[in-house]
Design a binder for this molecule. Structure first.
Ligand code: FAD
Length: 403
């Protein structure tokens, strides 16, 4: 194979280019991205970068990395279509790029809400560096921000804004925070944490319309009532970028569908990262994950396959989120757990929740307990039995259970 074209230069696309070179791939690599910035890390956007600490540690790789590794980085260029018969992709400039293997690392985009006023240009969102810079430019004039969505991104942003003494209303349609992603004890802990930081959390709150006044925004809620703020930020989750793949006739669902080797329904096209729905051994079915770990490990799996050592993608999912003084780290997937064991001290803001399905440990959620997190990753990966009564004992060193 001589020519690899990668569409998308987020965590997934950049790591695929890197891993191919590290695996001694000697062919050409073209990395096409529609954003003009040098490829950057996303997690700091809603954390340190938004706190405005003046540092800019966002680049995924220094610009010399691309030239030194003979990777043709095409910035500000969008792939408009894929011609699978001709094995070319067409850029929006009209230029065609030939490939022997194509990798789709298209990521996801923020979910749009179908509400009157939601598409107004003053509405804020956060997915890209440009979005964050726009928020930072507006912050000095903001005294109160309404955030629609009590998931990871909305809550990380809320914590940053409270750190700047900006009042925050969080509107969450469900009756708990991060409900799709964490257990009840963790959700409750973060509710208390955000309330202690001064956030106003509105559960069961659904915006019906957003009315933009001269210098304030009014959110009208389903069921009556309204909220007034200086700005509204929508953090209502993401949708995978599947349209390019679907238009090329590839199988799609809640993501571009791939097999356990991350191959699409076309053997010359792989897909990876946020845009992919894959058979996940840890979920027990098809899953689409949004995490750096998933993007990076899938990239490495594809690079190995393309350089002659194929293996199925089975990495254990892990994730983190920083909110105020709490660093949450999650090892494994907790959906479908039937019991939860607490280890550590919630009052001291240092604890973990061990989640079991039957007697099998499937997920550990740790708050300010990096040692528990690292041990949990190994324990779950190696399927080591961890009896609940042992997990609960903070005096037992979890590392001692790992053979
Ligand atoms: P993306 O990073 O979305 O990159 C895809 C790129 O492809 C984009 O630049 C897109 O514009 C481009 N593209 C799409 N279509 C085309 C086209 N047709 N032509 C050319 N280019 C195209 N994960 C964690 O694990 N921990 C965290 O703490 C965490 N925090 C986060 C905070 C924020 C604010 C955000 C937005 C995400 C966070 N994530 C976090 C998630 C993590 O960043 C993503 O899972 C990861 O970025 C996915 O990488 P990706 O390469 O699949 O997609």
């Amino acid at each position: 194979m001589e020519r690899v074209v990668i569409i998308g230069a987020g965590h997934a696309g950049v790591e695929l280019a890197n891993a191919l070179r590290q695996s001694a791939f000697a062919g050409s690599i073209a990395l096409v991205n529609d954003e003009t910035d040098l490829p950057y890390q996303k997690p700091p956007l809603s954390k340190d970068f938004l706190k405005g600490d003046g540092r800019n540690p966002l680049m995924l790789k220094a610009d010399v990395f691309y030239t030194q590794n003979d990777i043709t980085l095409m910035r500000g260029r969008r792939v408009a279509s894929i011609d699978r018969a001709a094995k070319t992709v067409r850029l929006d400039s009209g230029e065609d790029l030939p490939y022997d293997h194509l990798a789709l690392a298209l990521g996801a985009r923020n979910r749009r809400l179908a509400l009157p006023g939601a598409d107004h240009p003053d509405v804020l969102e956060l997915r890209t560096l440009a979005d964050t810079q726009r928020i930072l430019a507006r912050l000095p004039a903001l005294g109160r921000v309404a955030i629609i969505g009590g998931g990871f991104i909305g809550l990380e942003i809320a914590a940053c804004l409270r750190g700047k003494q900006i009042d925050v209303d969080i509107l969450e349609i469900a009756d708990c925070l991060m409900g799709r992603a964490v257990s009840t004890p963790i959700s409750s802990y973060f509710r208390s944490l955000h309330e202690a930081m001064g956030a106003n959390i509105h559960f069961g709150a659904q915006a019906r319309s957003i009315e933009h006044g001269a210098d304030s925004v009014h959110l009208h809620l389903a069921g009556g009532g309204s909220l007034t703020a200086d700005a509204v930020l929508i953090a209502a989750g993401v949708v995978p970028n599947i349209e390019l793949a679907a238009a090329a006739g590839l199988a799609t669902g809640n993501g571009i569908l791939v097999d356990e080797h991350l191959l699409t329904s076309d053997p010359s096209i792989s897909a990876l990262g946020d845009c992919v729905a894959f058979p996940c051994v840890h979920a027990g079915g098809v899953a689409r994950l949004e995490s750096v770990q998933n993007a990076v490990d899938q990239a490495r799996t594809i690079a190995k396959r393309l350089t002659g050592t194929p293996q199925p993608y089975t990495s254990l999912p892990w994730f983190w989120s920083n909110q105020g003084t709490a660093r949450l780290q999650i090892a494994g997937l907790g959906a479908g757990h039937d019991s939860a064991i607490l280890r550590g001290d919630v009052e001291a803001h240092k604890f973990s929740v061990f989640l079991y399905r039957g007697d099998r440990l499937i997920c550990v959620e740790s708050v300010n307990s990096p040692g528990d997190h690292l041990a949990a990753r190994k324990l779950i990966e190696k399927n080591v039995p961890v009896p609940p009564e042992i997990a609960a004992r903070a005096d037992v060193d979890l590392k001692s259970l790992i053979a």
